[in-house]
Design a protein around this ligand. Structure first.
Ligand code: AMP
Length: 289
């Protein structure tokens, strides 16, 4: 079947309602585009879940609400022609490309003024470094769910906290859908795939490996030593990051993967997440220890 491109919210909702009436399951992969194999692995997972007769929708929307004014909204990489071709090859049924005017109307007197806010697990880590970020994420994802009406939505473990926040929102607000979090895809040298890797210049690409190296070495250490104080692991990570001239640690946290509450005693099964600037590029990665 031919892939459809849909840009209008009303058209997307009509299609989704029709599919539901016809008994077709809907799998949804929300993205900001500039697709890589990590995104495509989510498409495959969605297809696996809804089956050959089900419908897979991938959305591309660079959501202004989740970027702070100082962040990379304007520079965020885009290549719609390439993304379209990749989606076609993956047998995506609908490429949904909502437009800013419809997502956040600014008409006089009836501009957009409602937000969805998770108030507990979105405050730490990414939420501490980027205080308005998750408010933008939960709001746009709630909107997209109301447009695509999915049975299942697939997110990547690369953004671990985001997956947890979305799962919490779906549970708290009774969205009638299932959230699946699929594993992080990596380049062969360990770097987690990310649209933002495109920003890395010259030697920064090599120095960016410090994230996956920190995660791997910490996991080895915790597996060997059993229980290790978070403070000691944090020091070791800080030292590894400061050995790379272009790298600057934003945070490293050790926490319970369910509650996201930080732990002092790290043991196998504890979740580790970190954010590091490499040059001007901010990268995140995480691992279950
Ligand atoms: P983004 O386009 O970066 O907003 O990501 C869209 C979705 O793809 C999110 O659910 C991400 O967690 C997921 N994703 C991003 N990078 C990867 C990766 N390397 N492996 C798996 N999923 C990913």
């Amino acid at each position: 079947m031919l892939m459809r491109k849909v840009t209008k919210v009303g058209a997307m909702q009509r299609l989704a309602r029709q599919w539901r009436q016809d008994g077709l399951r809907i799998g949804f992969v929300p993205t900001m585009g500039f697709l890589h194999d990590g995104h495509l692995s989510l498409v495959r997972r969605a297809r696996q879940i809804v089956g050959p007769k089900g419908m897979v929708v991938l959305s591309i929307y660079v959501n202004p609400m989740q970027f702070a004014p100082t962040e990379d909204l304007a520079a965020y990489p885009r290549d719609l022609a390439r993304d379209t071709e990749l989606c076609r090859k993956e047998a995506v049924d609908v490429l949904f490309l909502p437009m800013n005017e419809e997502m956040y109307p600014a008409d006089h007197g009836r501009e957009f003024s409602t937000a969805v806010v998770e108030e507990k697990i979105s405050r730490c880590m990414e939420g501490a470094s980027r205080p308005t970020h998750f408010r933008g994420v939960t709001t746009v994802v709630a909107k997209l769910f109301n447009m695509v009406l999915p049975d299942v939505a697939v997110f990547g473990a690369k953004d671990f906290q985001q997956g947890a926040v979305i799962q919490r929102m779906v549970r708290d607000l009774n969205f009638p859908l299932k959230v699946v979090v699929a594993p992080t895809l990596r380049e062969s040298d360990g770097l987690a795939m990310s649209s933002r890797n495109k920003y890395l210049q010259g030697d920064e690409r090599r120095q960016a490996l410090v994230l996956s190296r920190c995660l791997r070495q910490t996991r080895e250490r915790v597996r060997k030593e059993g229980v290790v104080a978070a403070a000691r692991l944090r020091d070791a990570v800080a030292a590894m990051v400061s050995a790379e001239p272009a790298a600057r640690l934003d945070y490293v946290e050790f926490f319970d993967p369910e509650t996201l509450v930080a732990v002092e005693a790290v043991e196998p099964g504890t979740q580790m997440a970190m954010a590091t600037f490499v040059g001007r590029t901010r990268l995140i990665d995480n691992i279950k220890l």
